[in-house]
Design a protein around this ligand. Structure first.
Ligand code: MCA
Ligand code: AMP
Length: 493
């Protein structure tokens, strides 16, 4: 039994913990503010957090976790349909939010507790908590239906953060900068709880900008976390921005995750800064699975450093993670030959326990002998490095690092009166990785709904990042003899 965030109780109180814009908290101040949150959650079992990229979110999550209360982070841009589903499914006792935040109608029925980062409270001792207790429920899209709540126990959060610390030599001396959203694993677990578990600090940009990254890295930050879209924007900005190049060159560790980092962007950043971005691979359900290792930079210029990450691979399994590749018929692939393609299956202390209220989906996600099926297809090179080559499901789209199910967008489009039939695919996009494409048979061919109309419809019901970016009108959708839509025919594949 041990605390999830030991530096809060045991570390020096004056150390900086969190900084969001002009507002910051030391460990002592955070312990006090989190204690105040915890004190207000006496009878709560599970709480929602209105996860704006703000100090209040970090304080709310810290306080709830230390009080042993499960956190359901909410995307503050969620549309009514998505928010309604998450609230009904997770049934939180109350919602924690920053004072003054206007909460939308689906939250009207829920008691609201405002979070005050300046409040003083007694810090709760969480050392006796069961490691199997759920820490977080994070909603993640599947191929069909509404998002599922992945239940992440305290044990998984602790295991993944400690494995990353080992792989990256991540310590309390590190200062992390990022502009990731705080309602997903990347920004919240790695990007906020990560530094707090080490006794280090995090500076959040509020929203990602290359200027913000340059400013913080030039002002003492040592690590940057981002999704490939952010590194793409950095690569684009570098030629005209010597300050950014200098800032990246001085960083200890640049990490990309949530989607594949294009080799072209990695190489452009390496050429302009001398630094190779480290790639790591994970999932909401499994937390972190693989990463390149960090070693101190080589003393001579021109010599590759950073644990020699190899472009196009996500490194090797993290400490404690068991990983195998499995053929379609279930046969494990033993060869490290860079050729045998199989599904990545994993086991380890970093895994979730279940999808909330979805025993069917939970059972389907695991093999009979307890391996989690990631749905990602990969090969392993001779040195053991994992190279992800694709996904089993074509109905999952990764856009800007967000996983988006084609089915949920199709369902939302079908709720528009101007849409008779709809299909959604992803197509390559230099900035977003993939962009969402809607194929629509209009109810009235004389006045088909336009892209702006349908994008607004989806953004309002689900979330803006799920909106289609391209729209095609069709007379009919291509279907096979069984009536199933042939998506490959749509995207020309
Ligand atoms: C545009 N907007 C709209 C509409 N169109 N709002 C309402 N209705 C519309 N029709 C708004 C957006 O809300 C936003 O507002 C602005 O227009 C621009 O949005 P957009 O172009 O979509 O995005 P972006 O600002 O270009 O963002 C790119 C991004 C973002 C910053 C890279 O995609 C991002 O933060 N990605 C991170 C995803 C992530 O963290 N994934 C981790 C999950 P405004 O201008 O006000 O903002 S994966 C994970 O956790 C696993 C474990 C892992 O491995 O990491
Ligand atoms: P999510 O469910 O949003 O947590 O997304 C998890 C998925 O993101 C994985 O199953 C992968 O398909 C993808 N992913 C995450 N990191 C990487 C990476 N470094 N390279 C390629 N794909 C990744």
């Amino acid at each position: 039994m041990s605390s999830l965030l030991p530096p809060l109780t045991d570390g020096p109180a004056g150390r900086p913990a969190l900084r969001f814009g002009a507002r910051s908290l030391t460990y002592g101040e955070l312990a006090s503010a989190a204690g105040a949150v915890a004190g207000g959650l006496a009878r709560a079992r599970r709480v929602a957090v209105w996860a704006t990229p703000a100090l209040e979110t970090a304080v709310a999550v810290t306080g709830a976790l230390l009080a042993g209360v499960t956190v359901v982070p909410l995307n503050p841009r969620s549309g009514g349909k998505e928010l309604g589903h998450i609230l009904t499914d997770s049934a939180p006792d109350l919602v924690l939010a920053a004072p003054g935040e206007e909460l939308p109608a689906p939250l009207d029925e829920l008691p609201r507790v405002d979070v005050d980062p300046a409040a003083g409270g007694t810090f709760p001792d969480d050392r006796a908590r069961d490691p199997e207790d759920p820490a977080l429920i994070v909603y993640t899209s599947g191929t069909t239906g509404p998002p599922k709540g992945a239940v992440l126990p305290r044990r998984a959060v602790a295991a993944t953060l400690d494995a990353l610390a080992e792989a990256w030599r991540w310590t309390g001396d590190d200062v992390l900068v990022h502009g990731l959203p705080l309602f997903h694993v990347h920004g919240l677990v790695l990007g906020v709880l990560g530094p707090l578990r080490r006794g280090g600090s995090v500076r959040h940009l509020g929203r990602f900008t290359t200027e913000g990254v340059a400013r913080e890295l030039n002002d003492g930050a040592t690590m940057l976390f981002g999704v490939p879209t952010m590194y793409h924007r950095i690569a684009e900005a570098l030629p005209g921005d010597p300050e950014l190049a200098g800032a990246l060159a001085g960083a200890r560790l640049l990490v990309s995750g949530s989607a594949a980092l294009p080799v072209h962007d990695l190489e452009r950043i390496a050429a302009a800064t001398g630094r190779r971005v480290i790639e790591r691979y994970g999932m909401t359900e499994t937390l972190m699975l693989c990463s390149s290792r960090w070693t101190p930079p080589a003393p001579r210029p021109g010599v590759r450093a950073d644990g020699e990450p190899r472009a196009g691979t996500v490194g090797v399994p993290l400490p404690g993670v068991e990983l195998r590749l499995v053929e379609e018929d279930g046969t494990p692939i033993a060869a490290l030959d860079g050729e045998g393609v199989g599904e990545i299956q994993v086991r380890g202390p970093n895994l979730f326990t279940e999808y909330l209220n979805r025993p069917d989906a939970t059972a389907a996600a695991f093999t009979a002998d307890g391996w989690f099926r990631t749905g990602d297809m990969a090969v392993r090179d001779a040195d053991g490095c994992v190279r992800i080559v694709g996904r089993r499901a074509t109905d999952l789209i990764k856009s800007g690092g967000y996983k988006i199910g084609a089915g949920e967008i199709e369902n939302a489009l079908l709720e528009h009166p101007g849409v008779r039939e709809a299909a959604v695919t992803g197509e390559p996009d230099a900035d977003l990785g993939e962009r969402i494409v809607a194929w629509v048979v209009p109810a009235d061919p004389q006045s088909p709904p336009g892209l702006e109309e349908l994008a607004g419809h989806v953004a309002g019901r689900l979330a803006p990042h799920k909106r289609p970016r391209v729209l095609h009108h069709l007379d009919s959708l291509p279907r096979n003899d069984m009536g199933k839509i042939m998506k490959r025919a749509l995207s020309g594949g």
